[in-house]
Structure formats: C-alpha cells, structure tokens
Design a protein around this ligand. Structure first.
Ligand code: AMP
Ligand code: MG
Length: 525
C-alpha cells in the first residue's frame, strides 16, 4: 500500500504512536479497549476516489505542491487507498460526556490519524482522515461520512481559520464513489447518500475525553502518561516541577478555551454538540457536525435537532457549557493533583479570561477605545433589542462599522431586519439605543475612519451562513461543484468588502428559515 512518485517526502514524527501505549489486539472489531490510548488500524479503501476540493494554504503548509495535489497518488492517500512512507495509521481511544451524561468509551469511530508531519518551519501537523472506515471504536456504525457534512466541515473549518477563530484545518475532501445509508433525522426514512473522506489537520487532536476515559476506569498510570505526553508535545513552553507544570497546563487549557468560546460569540458560531469528546485540549474548534451560524440574533437558537428539547448547546449557553466541560476535565485530572486548589484556580482563570475577552470584544464590535462597565450594559441592551426585533447579527455589526456616527439612524439598518412588522414596532427602541451609542462614541473622540477600520477587523462581512453551505451542497449533489470553490474563496477574506460578491453577505432568504440543512441539522452525518 505504498506510493511515492509525485508526492514529497514529508517528515513524519509520530510521537503519539511512539510514546503512548497501543492496543495489543490487532484485529478490527468493536470492543472496549483497556490500558491503551490507540489501536493501529488501516483505512478501508474506497471504490472510486476523486478529489473534490483542497485548501491551497494547508497543502502549502504541509509541503505539497499544486502538482502534487493534482496527482493520483495524492487522491489515493487522502481517500485512504494508499499510504505515504512514514505514515502509521491509528484510531485513538477516548470517552466523554454527551449531553451532560457520562457515555463511557467512544473513540475515533470514523477518524483515522495517518501521522504527525513536522513541516519545514518545524510546526507539527497531524493528518487525520474522517470517514475512512471502521475502527475498534466504530460501535454500531460504518466508519463513513456523507458528502454533505464533509463539505460543511471542510468549508467551515477553513472559514473559521480566516476569521481568526482557533480551529482544526482541512487539507482536502475526496468523494469516495460509494454510497452509504443515513437516516438524516432518525425518523425511519433512511436514504442512500454519497460518501466522502475529509482530511483534517491540527497540531493535536487530543480531546478532553482522552483524559476522562482512563480516569473513569481508574487507570491512573495511563492518565499520567497522557498528561505528561501532552505537556511535552503540545505545551513545550511550560517549565518548572512536574506539579507546577500540570497546574500551569490546566490553567492554560482553561485560558485557551475561554478565548475560543469568546471568538464563537463574537462571530455568531454555534457548535451544536459541545460534548466533552468534542473539546480540544488546544482550544481549537473541533468536530464540525450540526453546527450553525446566527442569522437573526437569538441566544436561544441551536441548529441541532437532536438537542431541540433542552437546547443545552444553544448559542447563548456556550460559555457556561465550556466551563462545565472544563470542570469534567478537572475532575478527571484530580487523581494527579495533591490538592484540588490548582484545578479550582484554573476554572477561575476560565471565568476571568472569558470576561476579559468579552470586554475586549464589546469594545471591538462597538468600536470603542475601551470597554467601561457601563458599556457592558450598552451591549446587553443591544443584544436584547436585536433578539426581540429579529435583527441579523452579522449585517447589523457590519453596518455599524461603515456608517458615520452622525448618520446612525434606524433607517440605515432597514435591511438587517427579518420581519417588517417587528421593524416598525422596534424603530423607536432602536433610535433610542443609537442615540445612546452616538453619545458614547462622542466621548472617545476617535475619527469615524479609524473607528471603522478597527471595527471592520472584528465584525466580518462574510460568515458561512447555513443556507450558503446548503446551496453549495445542493448544487454539488446536482453535479456542479463550483459553488464550493467560490465559497471557499469568499471565506478567505471575511473582513474585506468583496465587490461583486454581495450575494454571500445577505441575510437568510425565506426559503432557508426552516429547511433541513439550514436551520435543522442532526448528529447523523
Ligand atoms: P460525534 O457526534 O461526531 O462527535 O461522534 C460521537 C462518537 O460517535 C465518536 O466516537 C465517533 O467516532 C462516533 N461516530 C459518529 N459517526 C460514526 C460513524 N459513521 N461510524 C463510526 N463511528 C461514528
Ligand atoms: Mg466527536
């Protein structure tokens, strides 16, 4: 299963496989895997692989030339039909809390890591296929992924990167030429759908659940090996005694997680399934499933139909859920700490860092030089107003970033509303808020042009609205993949006005309000 010709010799340094204990059982069948953090497993080849799209930036970062990407070998490798020399494919073992309940062993049921590349700049980048076939962790599922959700993950992870939100990246998306069966809404209507393999890339794919599983099983030796490994490989900047390093490490994880969630709230991203197995130890957005983007501002909105009843993972609750997830991680790590004080300190760090980020983003989004205490209330009033008036979040803040202070009247925001009646009813309230805002801007004495420049760097014009991704998916399923490439390109410069591309910066069209794939997604992918 080796190929060489058109592909470069990447430098693989598979630290995880080399330094952590592997499953002794080599056969692939579903089971509980104890005393091991991974199982060696090869991808299952697919019938007719075809490269659909790739990220030029990620390919370059890894050392692939454009010719290399276009070669048959590249497609074969990233379909799971061939291996490059140095790759050691494996699936990792983790557990997690799903929707608030301990779920036991989960593991990479359809993800297979190919290896860790150290690139020309010394950066470590793990390559992981998603949808590459069964592993010992596949439970009752097929180890595959459908094209629609793979397009969504590919586009969104690249879009997030360009928005400045920490995330796993995507190298490429390959169509398998095979179809798989999915019951999209678990309602007894399964259908055949085209399959895909996505290659995602990150310095580390370690999740909170990797620590929770050995801890829950009382395998403290394994937990300790993983913590020491993670500090060594992923947090090399930490120094001091091992007790000190562990404390600083947990605090760093809490801090990075706070930054991550603050970014989500700034751009209007709803992850949709914030289970602890979907939380990255590096504070990256990971596992794009039934995620969504806020159109009309609504803190209670969740795109995930599986979560419709309790809305645990709704937009406005993400900061609290991240804290809850960190508390699960703290509990898992507790056996390695003599006192729980450093863990409590880390959780406090989360709250502090989150409110610092929140202040930074309030100042940024409103174009203020600093966020004073009363500005928190100014923003809160705006959010309440936006929610009851059904105002488009992205459009509103972008408008705010281009209109001169003297011209800020309700009229200017007409096209950010979804409902004419609500627009009429809320006009007075919006005028009142704008008056308050204009007064606050006057205190800063910053010229409009400078303020606008700063605001446009944090208030994007383009986000991967659910209906945009769905349109690209619909067209791809009709045989036309150009919209995927176009969207990828638009999302490369989300903070720039892109003349001629206004259609990507529009509010959600009426057809998308309650459509599957736009406002209704499930975990079935
Ligand atoms: P997710 O909801 O994608 O975070 O997945 C939760 C768990 O289910 C993880 O252990 C996944 O590996 C597993 N899983 C999800 N879809 C599949 C599939 N099609 N085949 C095998 N395992 C899967
Ligand atoms: Mg997951």
């Amino acid at each position: 299963m080796k190929t060489t010709a058109s592909l470069p010799d990447l430098c693989f340094d598979n630290a995880w496989v080399r330094e952590l204990p592997a499953d002794a059982e080599k056969a692939v069948f579903q089971r509980q895997v104890e005393r091991a953090l991974h199982s060696m497993v090869t991808p299952t080849p697919v019938a007719e692989p075809r490269l659909v799209v790739h990220s030029v930036e990620v390919a370059e970062m890894l050392g692939f030339s454009e010719d290399g990407v276009r070669s048959q070998e590249f497609t074969a490798v990233f379909a799971g039909n061939a291996l490059m020399s140095g790759m050691q494919p494996m699936a990792t073992n983790y557990g997690g809390h799903q929707f608030g309940n301990w779920a036991g062993q989960l593991g990479d049921g359809r993800a297979i890591s190919l290896g860790e590349v150290v690139n020309g700049s010394g950066k470590r980048l793990e390559l992981q296929l998603k949808g590459a076939g069964v592993t010992p962790y596949s439970r009752f599922a097929d180890g595959r992924a459908v094209m629609r959700s793979s397009i969504r993950e590919f586009l969104c992870s690249e879009a997030m990167h360009h928005l400045g939100v920490p995330t796993t990246r995507a190298l490429c998306l390959v169509a398998t030429g095979e179809s798989i069966e999915r019951d999209m809404f678990y309602d007894g209507h399964p259908a055949q759908e085209p399959g895909a393999v996505l290659c995602r890339v990150a310095p580390s794919f370690t999740r909170f659940g990797h620590f929770e599983l050995p801890s829950a099983r009382g395998d403290i030796g394994l937990l300790q090996s993983l913590v020491d490994f993670t500090i060594r490989r992923d947090f090399p900047q930490l120094v001091g005694t091992s007790e000190q390093k562990r404390a600083d490490w947990f605090a760093a994880v809490c801090g990075q997680t706070a930054e991550l969630v603050a970014h989500w709230m700034r751009v209007g991203f709803v992850h949709g399934v914030l289970n602890t197995d979907n939380m990255s130890i590096l504070g990256l957005t990971i596992d794009y499933g039934p995620y969504g983007w806020i159109d009309n501002f609504d803190p209670d909105w969740t795109p995930n139909t599986t979560d419709r009843q309790h809305r645990r993972y709704r937009f406005g609750q993400q900061p609290r859920i991240a804290h809850w997830n960190l508390a699960c991680l703290a509990q898992a790590l507790a056996p390695l700490f003599e006192s729980i004080e450093p863990l409590q300190e880390g959780l406090r760090r989360y709250a502090e860092r989150y409110s610092a980020c929140e202040r930074r983003d309030i100042a940024g989004k409103l174009g203020l030089l600093e966020c004073r205490d009363e500005d928190i209330d100014l923003m809160q009033s705006l959010y309440l107003l936006m929610a009851s008036a059904e105002i488009d979040m992205t459009l509103f803040f972008r408008r705010l970033s281009i209109v001169a202070a003297g011209d800020l009247v309700a009229e200017v925001f007409s096209e950010t509303f979804y409902d004419e009646a609500k627009r009429g009813r809320m006009q007075g309230e919006l005028e009142a808020w704008l008056a308050r805002y204009r007064q606050r801007l006057a205190e800063d004495k910053r010229p409009d042009a400078l303020r606008h420049q700063a605001m446009r760097a944090v208030n994007p014009a383009f986000v991967l609205r659910n209906w945009l991704a769905q349109m690209a998916i619909d067209q791809a399923q009709g045989g036309d993949e150009t919209e995927i490439h176009e969207l990828l390109d638009v999302m490369r410069k989300p903070y720039d006005d892109q003349p001629g591309r206004e259609r990507f910066a529009q509010r959600r069209p009426e057809w998308a309000r309650n459509r599957a794939g736009c406002s209704m997604l499930s975990c079935s992918s």
